[in-house]
Design a protein. Structure first.
Length: 516
C-alpha cells in the first residue's frame, strides 16, 4: 500500500530519474523547461557553488520567488547542499518577510526581479544577508546570479549527505491566529506523504502531466507538486499565478491529467467555465486541500468536469495530508476522506482529552511519520502543540461509522452562542445553497447577552439583485435557529491565505472599523 521505495534522499531520486528518464520533461513554466537530466546537473552545480559561498551545513536559505522552474531547482539544490530551504510567501508584506528572515536566521535569499526591491530593503535592515537573483547574468558583491551558479562547472561534488530525518525545509504557518511559526520538515516526513497518499491513493505516476496553479511556497505544493512529481517521475507545468482563463485553456488544449487546487480555485473554474463546461482533453482527476471543501461545490464541480474531485485534509505541521478521499469506492460529500494508511488519528474532547463518540465533534490529533520535528526556535509552542507524540491540530472534526472524517472548523473559530456551539463551516455550507452567493465566511461577533453570535460575510454574484433575506430563509430551512446568522454583510472578496484559508480576523476587524 505505502510506496516505501519513494522515501529516499532527494539526490537519490534525482539520480534515479536522470538515469531512467533523462530526456523526459520534468518541470516547465511559461519561460523555460528542464528535463530530468538537466535538473540533476543544474541542482548539483547549484549545490556545489552555493557551498562555496561559505554557507555551512544546516544554515537557512530563504526562497522569495514567484512560481517558476527556478523555485523547484532551489528547493532541490538546497537539499543537495545540506542547507535548509525557508519558504516565504511572495505576496507577503515587507514587514512579514523581514520578520521571517530574522526569525529563521537565513544567510541568503533567492529571489526574482519582481521581489528584488523588497529583498534588497530587507537585506539592508537585517545585515549580512546576501541575494541570489534568478534570470540574470549580472553578478556582483551584493547580487549573485542564480544562472551562473546553476551552469558553472565545479570540480567539487555536491554534498548530497543530508539525512532523511534532518531538517530540510522550513515552511511558515499562515499566521491566521498569530505570528507565523517556522515548521521544520524533513525529507522523510514529506516523502512519506508522497508514498502514503499521492502515489497509492491518487495514483500519481510517470504517465501523468500535472498542471500546477498552487503557490509553491506552500507545503501542499512542496510535497505534491515538487517532491511528488520528482519521486514518481511525472512531468509538470507550473503557472506563475492561478488564472481561470489560462487553466481552462490549458486543460482544453493540452493533455494534462492531474489538477491540484484549493476549494476557491475550483469555485472560480466553475464560474468561468460557462455553458461550455470544463471540457478537459485528458484530465483524470482533480485534488483539493488547504481549506474546507463544501460538499455542494464538490458535487457541482464533478458534474460539470466529469472527473473526480478528491478532497483531502492536511496541515503544514503534518507535512500536509492527514486524510484523503479515494477515487474508488464510496464517498461522503463534504467529508475529507479516510486517514492515510500508516497514520493514527484521534478525535478528542479538549477538556477531558478522551476520545469522543462517533459522530461527535472534538479536536483532531495526529501521530505518524509526517509529523514535524517542531517549530523553529519555539520549544514552548512545540510542547504546547504536542502530547506524547500526538500533534494537536487545533481543528475540530467528527467521524462517521465508516471512518470518514469531516472538518468542522478551528477550535479558535468556534462560535459559542449562549452556550451552544456553532461551527462556521456548517453555516457557510447552508449559505452557499443560495445560488446568488459565490463566496462566504462566517465569523463570531461579540454580543452583550449571548456572548457571541454568527455574522456572515457574503460575496453576491450580482450585488444589485442580491436578497439577503432569501439567504436567511435558506439558513432557517437547513439550520437550527441559534445557528442562523445574526446579520449578513456583503463584501467584494473574502480575504484568504495562499492555501485558501479564510482570514477571519480581517473580516472581524473590517466590520468593527466600519461600524465604529
Amino acid at each position: 500500500m505505502i510506496h516505501t521505495d519513494l522515501i529516499r534522499p532527494v539526490p537519490d531520486l534525482l539520480a534515479a530519474q536522470a538515469g531512467r528518464r533523462g530526456g523526459a520533461p520534468a518541470y516547465s513554466d511559461p519561460h523555460r523547461s528542464v528535463t530530468y537530466a538537466e535538473l540533476h546537473r543544474r541542482t548539483g552545480r547549484l549545490a556545489t557553488n552555493l557551498a562555496q559561498l561559505g554557507l555551512e551545513r544546516g544554515e537557512r536559505v530563504a526562497l522569495y520567488l514567484d512560481n517558476s522552474v527556478e523555485t523547484v531547482e532551489s528547493y532541490l539544490a538546497l537539499t543537495r547542499a545540506a542547507l535548509v530551504g525557508v519558504c516565504l510567501n511572495p505576496d507577503g508584506a515587507p514587514s512579514e518577510i523581514e520578520y521571517m528572515i530574522r526569525d529563521s536566521g537565513a544567510k541568503l535569499i533567492i529571489t526574482d526581479e519582481a521581489h528584488l526591491e523588497v529583498a534588497a530593503r530587507v537585506a539592508e535592515q537585517v545585515g549580512g544577508l546576501r541575494i541570489v537573483l534568478t534570470r540574470t547574468e549580472a553578478a556582483g558583491a551584493s547580487i549573485i546570479s542564480f544562472e551562473r551558479l546553476a551552469t558553472t562547472p565545479n570540480a567539487a561534488a555536491p554534498d548530497d549527505s543530508l539525512g532523511l530525518d534532518e531538517p530540510a525545509w522550513m515552511v511558515y504557518t499562515s499566521g491566521t491566529t498569530g505570528r507565523p511559526k517556522g515548521v521544520q520538515l524533513t525529507q522523510h516526513s514529506c516523502l512519506w506523504v508522497v508514498a502514503a497518499c499521492w502515489a497509492p491513493i491518487a495514483g500519481l505516476s510517470e504517465r501523468d502531466r500535472v498542471l500546477c496553479p498552487l503557490p509553491l511556497f506552500h507545503s501542499y505544493a512542496l510535497v505534491l507538486c515538487v517532491l511528488g512529481v520528482l519521486a514518481t517521475g511525472a512531468s509538470e507545468h507550473i503557472l506563475p499565478k492561478f488564472s481561470v482563463t489560462r487553466v481552462l485553456e490549458l486543460l482544453r488544449n493540452e493533455p494534462y491529467t492531474v489538477l491540484p487546487g484549493v476549494p476557491t480555485m475550483f469555485h472560480y473554474l466553475l464560474e468561468g467555465a460557462g455553458e461550455g463546461g470544463i471540457d478537459a482533453m485528458a484530465l483524470r482527476y482533480c485534488v483539493s486541500a488547504g481549506a474546507i471543501m463544501p460538499g455542494q461545490l464538490n458535487t457541482r464541480f464533478e458534474a460539470v468536469a466529469g472527473v473526480p474531485l478528491l478532497d483531502g485534509y492536511g496541515i503544514t505541521e503534518t507535512s500536509t495530508m492527514v486524510t484523503m478521499n479515494w477515487p474508488t469506492g464510496g464517498r461522503t460529500m463534504g467529508s475529507c476522506g479516510l486517514p492515510l494508511p500508516g497514520l493514527a488519528v484521534r478525535i478528542v474532547d479538549s477538556v477531558t482529552e478522551e476520545d469522543v463518540a462517533v459522530g461527535a465533534d472534538g479536536e483532531l490529533w495526529v501521530r505518524g511519520p509526517g509529523v514535524m520535528l517542531g517549530y523553529h526556535n519555539q520549544p514552548d509552542k512545540t510542547a504546547e502543540a504536542m502530547r506524547n507524540g500526538w500533534y494537536r491540530t487545533g481543528d475540530l472534526a467528527r467521524s462517521d461509522a465508516d471512518g470518514y472524517i469531516t472538518i468542522s472548523g478551528r477550535t479558535k473559530e468556534l462560535i459559542i452562542r449562549g452556550g451552544e456551539n456553532i461551527y462556521p463551516a456548517e453555516v457557510e455550507e447552508a449559505l452557499l445553497a443560495d445560488e446568488a452567493v459565490t463566496d462566504v465566511a462566517v465569523v463570531a461577533q461579540p454580543h452583550d447577552a449571548l456572548g457571541e453570535v454568527p455574522f456572515a460575510f457574503v460575496v453576491p454574484r450580482d450585488p444589485a439583485d442580491y436578497d439577503p433575506d432569501k439567504s436567511l430563509r435558506i439558513c432557517k430551512e437547513r439550520l437550527s435557529q441559534f445557528k442562523v446568522p445574526e446579520r449578513i454583510v456583503t463584501v467584494e472578496t473574502i480575504p484568504r491565505t495562499g492555501s485558501g484559508k479564510v482570514m477571519r480576523f480581517l473580516l472581524q476587524r473590517q466590520y468593527t472599523d466600519s461600524a465604529g
